[in-house]
Ligand binder design. Sequence first.
Ligand code: PMP
Length: 323
Amino acid sequence: MRNKKYDNILETIGRTPIVCLKNISKGTKASIWAKLEYLNPGGSIKDRIAKYMIEKAEKEGKIKPGDTIIENSSGNTAMGLAIICRHKGYKLKIVIRDTTSKEKIKMLEILGVEVIKVDASLPPEHPESYNNYAQTLCKNDPKLFYIDQHNNLDNNEAHYFTTGPEIWEQMDGKIDYFVSGVGTGGTLIGAGKFLKEKNPNIKLIGVDPIGSVFYDWFKYKKLIHPSRYKIEGIGDEFLIKTAQLEYLDDMIQVEDKKAFGWARKLAFEEGILSGGSTGANIFAAVHLAREIDKEVNIVTVVCDSGYKYFSTLYNDDWLEKIT
Ligand code: PMP
């Protein structure tokens, strides 16, 4: 599908391959499959939602070229938005945690984004926290257009219309489990809704870092006090609108070190260089495969590229310091 010429880079978003992780699946009866979203032009799955949300806002007359867009992002949505804004003539401001890998921040700066770093240790209710600052800035400047991927259901819709149908078609409908980390939940719930409509027996399994609020809310309807973790892109300190956890069949928790270890293993055993959230997905997929102990197809996602994490999870000194 990709061996043709395109008018511009935006047309190359999506239609990513799925591969069987034969080495990772070894020792289990399951086949674990990975959709390679790091092959999108911005290096992550979030290119899909960036394109979809901007084009939808354009169609609805909410924005026009020359306007300024603002978003809070762990870096990947920001990168997708940056590519789209360069092509469509929007200015872009990104609120990002000061703990985000320097590679991600550098990439944004190269594309001309105004990067606003916020102190990651601020409590979630603080007006200048990662979750609130974009909104705080919008109050002072009503001309800013806030994408709000965490509460904008167009995010989930992007995956319902693209990622879900692609997985269904690529797997010829032979899917038993779809496993993915929940950041906004767009990937798992958007694509998952499509898959369940095709076959209600497909199980949707969320992955959540220890310290995030999603797992305990899903399991026990208990809102825990969040604590910090190092995996970028998944989990949250709040419940958010896009994370419609009621669609999930189960959730698996993962700790930082496990996720990073599995990301490194994926690189070493399969030649797929990914980030920590992908490591979390692989950990969960293998855990599930061992637990089920049956010949099933488990589909998961390589969310983003390991090139974005040389200073963190692929840096031995950094990794050693993690408790
Ligand atoms: N992994 C990474 C690295 C991400 O940036 C994100 C998005 N925050 C996710 C996973 C989770 O994707 P989603 O927001 O669709 O749940």
